[in-house]
Design a protein around this ligand. Structure first.
Ligand code: ADP
Ligand code: MG
Length: 682
């Protein structure tokens, strides 16, 4: 706890406290998000230049980036043919050879700066060696002796800059700040707490050795590292601090939650689950049975369950959700199940009604389009309480007008389509019942610990046996005739197919749109019947189409990625995706998860003409593996967490030093540290 007197943090001082920063520079720095000393000190270099060993101009190799130091022996601008562009060039001599520095768009100030006899550092890459030339190099002048140990003869940082602040100015300011505020570079609160009360066992993994890397050293080495490896170690220490702060927040949220909320006893009696499981027509897999046991333990525990059920597409999470719902119902409580789309809510309503009707358990649908279902109004005391009910819906369940009473359990399906905030809204509305969160998007561990760090994890690691294989092909549009012939052949065999385009309407971006292709496709595939499904149709229309596809009066479903989540039709065994490059990898994996649900071999065909080799490599990942985790890791690396998580990124902080793609071990160390901190007494 801060005591009066020591709470004034010197690092929070405005940047103008630093010598050399007046109103004008402060404004420029503000553009970089730097208004306080502390922010300046955490301004992360975008790269480093090793100026201990400058390259002699004569030794420059074509295509290799290098820093040279030389004296200007000639400089000048030239006008071009049309007079529009102006070339500026100067020639450096370092005693070994000459180097031309060349800018194709000369700025007026250049003539005044690049003058004979000035000493220049230039960082660039030689394209041609005849003459040796750097085009658009980064440059820096060597000034007086005072700066020599900051700007040369060492590994120097190159920071993100803005117009009016040169690399040199930025480096000097940071150097100065490091000198004047050295005493303020202390350990964060959690570090001091751990130092005062070291936990008996702070077991590895530890990536960062805290005793060797106090925060002060890390901040110094971040900017002026002794070796490049020290810059990386410094980054790791600072990333660790970011991750610990986040884990502290996550773990204390969980702790507060447990302290406050008493659990409703919802372990059930087996009265309904037994007949339900008997009616399924298949036995639960060992993974499903194990997960249900974990859930039952939680549901009968002292604190409300907070559990994430993770299982790849088609692994059979819905049945687990149904059995969990029955535990709460057996115990006399209502249940709410929230799904991200109307289509999925309707599909769940369809399935759960079929399962629960024989058990006498009411199932109600409540979505934006379908608000007509019975509301659980507070019953007058003379009436008997209504029987425990399962309410299935979309985000409309959270709406204020909708009353949810005696809630024992909230289930969120396809959680990755919701934000953490939406999930918590429903939980709060239900007055903190048990919570089961389901997601099919395999989440890399770093993200899992970050986003779902306050949930316990159950894993369905294996799909039900007896599924047909899924074969995936990547084809260019030149092969479209063969692809369509193949599709017709599968339809003739009695299979059904999804055809997915990225757009609803044509907007001239070269991507195919369902509404545009719909008519042509209908003619092309006749006599087979095609249904059209996308987000701008009325939910009732979409539901009619889905029903038609389920009962096989429709053979092909032409859709957008709206069908990405949840849709379950076992007879559909072909997934054809046009402009596949327009989708994320995880999204394609989800779409592919719509097939392969029956015993037949299924086929996923990705059509793409993307010339970009990285785009093709991305798609190739999908051809090579059906392992959702591998795909998610690749997606995370290629597109970053925001893209991968869609909605959920709202719950994701942005890190200056940490990388969710690469820092799993750091996240784990942070979690261990945070737990140790919370175990110390205030
Ligand atoms: P997801 O995990 O993607 O939500 P679903 O719950 O939709 O997957 O299940 C996919 C299909 O697998 C469904 O048709 C479901 O009935 C079937 N299924 C679930 N569990 C089993 C099982 N133990 N044995 C055989 N089929 C199962
Ligand atoms: Mg599902």
């Amino acid at each position: 706890m801060a005591t009066p007197g020591d709470h004034a943090d010197p690092l929070a001082a405005p940047i103008t406290c630093l010598r050399g920063v007046g109103a004008e520079r402060a404004q420029l720095l503000g553009r970089l998000g730097i208004t306080r000393i502390g922010e300046l000190l955490l301004h992360r270099p975008r790269r480093y230049e090793d100026r201990r060993k400058l390259v002699a101009i004569r030794e420059l190799k074509a295509g290799e980036a290098a820093t040279v130091r030389g004296k200007i022996i000639a400089a000048g601008g030239k006008n071009f043919r049309h007079g529009a562009r102006r070339l500026f060039e100067c020639v450096l001599d370092d005693g070994t050879a000459h180097l031309h520095l060349r800018w194709w768009r000369a700025q007026p100030w250049m003539e005044n700066y690049f003058v004979r006899d000035r000493e220049v550092l230039a960082f660039g890459k030689t394209g041609s060696l005849r003459p040796r030339t750097f085009e658009h190099p980064e440059t820096e002048f060597i000034e007086s002796g005072e700066d020599d140990f900051i700007h040369v003869n060492r590994i120097v940082p190159v920071h993100p800059l803005t117009e009016g602040i040169t690399a040199r100015v930025m480096r000097s300011l940071i150097w100065r700040a490091l000198e004047h505020y050295a005493a303020a570079l202390t350990e964060p609160e959690w570090g001091r707490r751990l130092a005062a009360q070291p936990p008996p066992d702070l077991s590895p993994p530890s990536v960062v050795a805290l005793d060797q890397w106090p925060r002060a050293r890390a901040i110094r080495q971040l900017h002026f590292p002794d070796e490049l490896a020290d810059a990386e170690a410094a980054r790791q220490r600072l990333a660790l601090d970011e991750f610990v702060a986040l884990q502290l927040e996550i773990l204390s949220r969980r702790k507060r939650f447990e302290a406050r909320a008493g659990a409703r006893p919802c372990a059930g009696t087996n009265r309904l689950i037994k007949p339900f499981l008997a009616s399924l027509g298949f036995p639960l897999t060992p993974a499903q049975t194990r997960v249900l046991r974990e859930i039952r333990n939680d549901m009968g525990g002292a604190h409300p369950m907070r559990r994430l059920l993770q299982g790849d597409v088609g692994s059979g999470k819905t049945v687990v959700a149904a059995a969990t719902a029955l535990m709460a119902v057996e115990s006399g409580f209502n249940v709410a199940l929230m799904a991200p789309t109307e289509i999925l809510a309707a599909q769940h309503h369809h399935n759960f009604s079929r399962w629960f009707a024989p058990l006498g358990v009411p199932v109600a649908l409540h979505t934006g389009a379908n608000k007509t279902s019975a509301r659980p109004a507070a019953a007058p005391s003379s009436h008997p309480a209504p029987p425990p009910t399962l309410y299935i819906g979309t985000h409309a369940l959270v709406a204020r007008g909708f009353v949810l009473s005696r809630l024992g359990l909230v289930v969120i399906d396809e959680q990755h389509k919701f934000g953490v905030a939406q999930r918590e809204q429903l939980v709060r509305k239900g007055n903190y019942p048990h919570l089961l969160v389901m997601t099919a998007t395999p989440i890399p561990r770093t993200l899992g610990l970050t986003l779902y760090g306050d949930l316990d994890l159950s894993l369905i690691d294996r799909p039900p046996a007896g599924r047909g294989a899924i074969k995936t092909f990547l084809r260019s549009s030149a092969r479209r005739p063969q692809v369509w012939a193949f599709l017709r052949q599968q339809l003739r065999l009695g299979r059904q197919a999804y055809v997915v385009y990225p757009r609803v309407e044509d907007n001239a971006d070269g991507l195919k749109a369902v509404t545009k292709e719909w008519k042509g496709l209908r003619e092309q595939l006749a006599p087979f019947r095609i249904g059209l499904l996308h987000g701008r149709l009325k939910p009732e229309e979409n539901e009619r189409t889905m029903a038609g596809f389920r009962n096989r009066t429709l053979h092909v479903l032409l859709a957008t990625s709206l069908i990405e989540v949840g849709v379950d039709v076992a007879n559909a065994s072909v997934m054809l995706i046009e402009n596949a490059e327009a989708f994320g990898l995880s999204q394609l994996h989800q779409l592919r998860g719509r097939i392969g649900r029956g015993t037949e071999t299924s086929y996923c065909i990705l059509l793409s003409d993307a010339p970009d080799p990285t785009a093709r490599e991305r798609l190739q990942t999908l051809v090579e593996t059906t392992d959702g985790f591998r795909i998610a890791e690749a997606d995370l690396r290629l597109r970053g967490p925001g893209e991968l998580l869609g909605q959920q990124q709202s719950g994701l902080p942005s890190f200056r030093f940490g990388s969710l793609a690469d820092d799993l071990l750091l996240v784990q160390q942070a979690r261990g540290l945070a737990a140790a901190v919370l175990a110390t007494k205030d």
